[in-house]
Design a protein. Structure first.
Length: 69
């Protein structure tokens, strides 16, 4: 079942590699979804950031000013 871009593995190895790669993909997708759903990175605007792909950063000077208050 090998294709020109894959090694000529037997079926069991091919299935194990496919399962491993799917697991890697699931980890990446899960981490990305978690970043939007938690308030750690985008505050309460996670869904807005996910929908539009824009993140507005607060300048460092303004952030230090907020902490002093």
């Amino acid at each position: 079942m090998a294709t020109p871009s894959t090694p000529d593995w037997d079926e069991e190895i091919f299935d194990n590699v496919r399962l491993y790669v799917q697991g890697l993909r699931d980890c990446v997708v899960g981490s990305i979804n978690w970043a939007y759903e938690t308030e750690l990175y985008f505050g309460q605007k996670g869904e807005e950031v996910r929908a539009f792909g824009w993140v507005f950063l607060i300048p460092v000077k303004d952030e230090k000013e907020k902490r002093r208050r």
